[in-house]
Design a protein around this ligand. Structure first.
Ligand code: HEC
Length: 129
């Protein structure tokens, strides 16, 4: 009998402990700065994470994401936080999408390699740089 009586309160305690763990975990994640993006103080969304993977596979061999200095192409840190792209074109989604689709100078085109979803994910990620 004492067993049945203690069950509800035990479950309540478990719920409270679980909620506390979630809150603490969220607070730790929000304050976590272990990644190399000092200007973005939040974890990447799922969309941005997928875009990061596209970047790693398709772009990282020519572009740094975390600095502005050039590798084979210009560093893309802060690419959407400045008014103009390195070429002088306005830094907006349309221009960057067109560059990715059609290429530019020594940069190859990716219009065939990326589907719409991957392009959207990639642009979302570029906005976090
Ligand atoms: C083989 C190397 C290479 C790869 C791979 C590459 N790029 Fe580039 N990228 C370049 C070069 C070189 C330039 C400079 C082009 C120029 O202005 O002549 C450039 C320029 C750019 C620019 C600036 C355009 C402007 O108007 O100034 C952006 C944005 C960009 N690349 C994004 C990307 C993204 C996103 C990817 C991955 C889908 C990618 N690049 C893949 C070489 C590359």
């Amino acid at each position: 009998m004492s067993d049945t009586r203690s069950r509800p309160s035990c479950r309540t305690r478990t719920l409270i402990a679980g909620a506390a763990t979630l809150l603490l975990g969220g607070a730790l994640a929000a304050g976590c700065r272990s990644d190399a993006r000092p200007d973005v103080h939040r974890p990447l969304t799922l969309e941005e994470q997928r875009g990061q993977a596209v970047f790693a596979a398709q772009c990282a061999q020519c572009h740094y994401a975390d600095r502005r200095s050039a590798l084979h192409g210009p560093g893309l840190r802060g690419v959407f936080r400045r008014p103009y792209l390195p070429s002088g074109a306005p830094a907006n989604d349309d221009r960057v999408r067109a560059t990715i689709e059609h290429g530019r100078g020594m940069m190859p085109p990716f219009g065939e390699a990326l589907n719409d979803q991957q392009m959207r994910d990639l642009l979302a990620y570029l906005h976090t740089l």
